[in-house]
Write a protein that binds this ligand. Structure first.
Ligand code: ACO
Length: 332
């Protein structure tokens, strides 16, 4: 059986920067409120004429491929995590193939919101470990700005999210004790309605109506306090679970890269794990919450900042809509 390891990472962020002060002009909010409650200073929004979710995924993938020293034609399979695909269907992995010029290989979308990237990574890991594929692109990409209520009514959610993409190349390796050591995946649909977008969805018939648009059920709903409470419990729980099954302890982790949900969540997790601030990565101030894209973007930034070294023990973790939560442990 092979191991799988990340051989390339890459990110793509739209050029357009939207600061908290820009949001103040279109809704009743303030830079101080957003910074204090979320840690976010600015985020990126797409140019919708060019930067579709699949386009951004392809651009991030090109950078990951370059780092891995591979061509698009070397990729055997695509796993694309997003909640904001170009179309309601098909998934964004299909149009991304075309941007990369590799039609024909398998492409699968994963709809697990903030944990989508880690569900994708775990799936790719299994395909590689069983010998089915050698090189897989695992992509997270989101165009949130197309689906947010950018008025005072939607401010509790709209100020949190930003657009962008991140990607990794996961490759087979025969090196021992290298690459992905453990994946832990969880979900509890009891809480499906606490963080969701109802329409378009077949829960209603038809999937979307003028009434749904008027009532705003096409926009994300979040029970913020509930999400906060569950996130700060599940993040540490799943990180410790992954360490335990690898026979490792939190003290051995070099860097935790959590899904960038909210700085207050990240700080609460860091305190609960008893870690110093510098061992829990954060870049939410620059990009906001980019859902499925946040972990691969954060990995790329952490690498560029010199925070990841050969043989480091890296813990990736996420919590989000579903509720779903997950962790992967890697030896870099
Ligand atoms: N600007 C200004 N005021 C706002 C805004 C805004 N953007 N949004 C809400 N408010 C107001 C509310 O209307 C409320 O006003 P009121 O007291 O007059 O009724 C007041 O601020 C406080 O609202 P609360 O909901 O009580 O604010 P809270 O202190 O709970 O903070 C927050 C809200 C930041 C969302 C918090 O619940 C939180 O941190 N939740 C975690 C959820 C989260 O960050 N999720 C990330 C996305 S999901 C994921 O990735 C897992």
């Amino acid at each position: 059986m092979h191991n799988s390891k990340i051989t390339g990472v890459g990110k793509y962020l739209p050029e357009k920067i939207v600061t908290n002060f820009d949001l103040e002009k279109i809704m009743d909010t303030s830079d101080a409120w957003i910074r204090e409650r979320t840690g976010i200073i600015e985020r990126r929004f797409v140019n919708p004429d060019i930067e579709t979710t699949s386009y951004m995924g392809a651009e991030a993938s090109k950078k990951a491929l370059k780092m891995a020293g591979l061509k698009p034609q070397d990729i055997d399979f695509i796993i694309f995590a997003t909640l904001s695909a170009d179309y309601f269907f098909p998934g964004a992995g299909c149009p991304m193939q075309i941007h990369l010029g590799i039609p024909g290989i398998g492409a699968m979308d994963i709809r697990n919101q903030c944990t989508g990237f880690l569900y994708g990574l775990a799936t790719a890991d299994q395909f590689i470990k069983t010998g089915m594929y050698k090189n897989i692109l695992v992509v997270g990409s989101e165009s949130h700005s197309a689906g947010l209520n950018m008025t005072t009514q939607g401010r509790d959610v709209a100020v949190l999210f930003g657009d962008g993409a991140g990607a990794v190349v996961l490759s087979a390796t025969d090196e021992k004790n290298k690459g992905i050591l453990v994946n832990k995946l969880h979900a509890d649909g009891t809480y499906a309605r606490e963080l969701c977008v109802i329409n378009p969805g077949s829960f209603t018939h038809p999937i979307v109506s003028h009434k749904d648009i008027d009532e705003g059920t096409i926009y994300p709903y979040m029970n913020g306090k509930y999400v906060f409470k569950h996130a700060i419990t599940r993040f540490p729980e799943v990180i410790l679970e992954s360490l335990e099954s690898a026979g490792l302890t939190i003290g051995e982790v070099d860097l935790v890269i959590p899904h960038q949900a909210n700085q207050r969540i990240t700080e609460a997790v860091q305190i609960r794990l008893g870690l110093p601030k510098e061992k829990v990565y954060s870049n939410i101030h620059k990009y906001g919450n980019t859902t499925a894209a946040s972990i691969p973007i954060a990995m790329t930034d952490a690498l560029e900042e010199g925070l990841i070294h050969d043989n480091d023990l890296i813990s990736l973790a996420s919590f989000g809509s579903g509720f779903t939560w997950a962790a992967s442990l890697l030896k870099w």
